[in-house]
Design a protein around this ligand. Structure first.
Ligand SMILES: [Zn+2]
Ligand SMILES: [Zn+2]
Length: 310
């Protein structure tokens, strides 16, 4: 197997692109894919101030690395969720990356924002913790991006993540989610601009980039994550991809192409109003989900409940 560019021995074969590459030309290919996504989905301009949401996992660190490599002004933000020992291990890896790459890093403690760590929230709140944690992280990322003066918030969702989400949203016809599944969501109604520059890069390519670049990422999965459904969808898509290379990418990109006309013209967007406590845009009524969660775990209730569980 030879690199299609230089005919040297290839280290990676990419059937969906009818390609194989050596180390040097794979890195070049990967960065071109990131750049292509940024341009195709009009994510940001060359001089944008970008905030990258980093978890310590491979995708977000690869995203940060590739944006820096492409010459963008990209800083990182890490939210310590208070999951022991995972959160501290992840924080160390993110700090190490920032130091090695001479990049700016913001660190936020979920306890400072919410008054409780995610394991504490899990003991108190009855809802599935992953959706609560996701809501809390989106809230903090949006608030911090605005507070720190960033124009764009970037997340590390890759092609496999997005294709699995699309499959799930389609199987259940979650129209509300389908309407908002796009690699670029413009600034609107109190939300900062959100982008997913790895949307054209597969899981395999992202992992290969991390390994070649020797990025020391956190490979531990969250202890709360069951993740069974999205993992199952990824598995199904990989089975299809194995027999029909390129299907995954086609499935996702064609959806985005069809959506691009609609999404910005959509007149039936959900009406959002500012939360009466914090001003965050919400469709949930007078108070946003974050403020309601904070109330639920706050003050006496929080302490007394904690005493009960300890
Ligand atoms: Zn080559
Ligand atoms: Zn609020």
């Amino acid at each position: 197997m030879k690199c299609i560019v230089c005919k040297k021995e290839a280290v990676i074969k990419l059937p969906s692109h009818h390609s194989a590459f050596c180390v040097e030309h794979f890195l070049q290919f990967f960065l071109r894919r990131v750049d292509k996504a940024i341009r195709r989905y009009r994510m940001f301009h060359a001089n944008a101030k970008i905030l990258v949401a980093v978890s310590g996992g491979k995708d977000s660190l690869v995203l940060w690395s590739s944006l820096l490599e492409l010459g963008y002004d990209a800083s990182g933000i890490f939210i310590n969720l208070g999951i022991e020992p995972n959160s501290d291990i992840a924080e160390d890896k993110v700090k190490q990356f920032a130091k090695e790459n001479n990049a700016q890093l913001h660190i936020v403690d979920v306890k400072d924002y919410l008054g409780a760590t995610i394991p504490e929230v899990n003991k108190i709140v009855k809802k599935p913790i992953c959706s609560v944690c996701g809501m809390v992280r989106r809230y903090i990322l949006n608030s911090e991006a605005k507070r720190l003066g960033y124009s764009v918030l970037a997340t590390g969702h890759n092609l496999d993540d997005e294709a699995a989400t699309l499959l799930g949203n389609t199987l259940h016809w979650y129209e509300g989610y389908l309407k908002r599944q796009y690699p670029t969501l413009g600034e609107e109604q109190g939300f900062v601009r959100k982008v997913k520059p790895l949307v054209l890069c597969s899981e395999k390519e992202t992992l290969a980039y991390a390994v070649i670049r020797q990025i020391d990422f956190d490979s531990e999965r969250c202890p709360f994550s069951r993740g069974a459904t999205s993992q199952f969808y990824k598995h199904i898509l990989n089975l299809i991809e194995h027999d029909m290379p390129g299907t995954k990418q086609n499935f996702l990109c064609e959806f985005f192409r069809k959506m691009s006309g609609n999404i910005y013209n959509s007149s039936e967007k959900d009406k959002l109003t500012p939360c009466e406590i914090c001003g965050y845009p919400t469709s949930a009524g007078k108070k946003c989900s974050f403020c309601r969660l904070k109330e639920q775990i706050g003050g006496e209730t929080y302490m007394s409940l904690l005493e009960k569980v300890v």
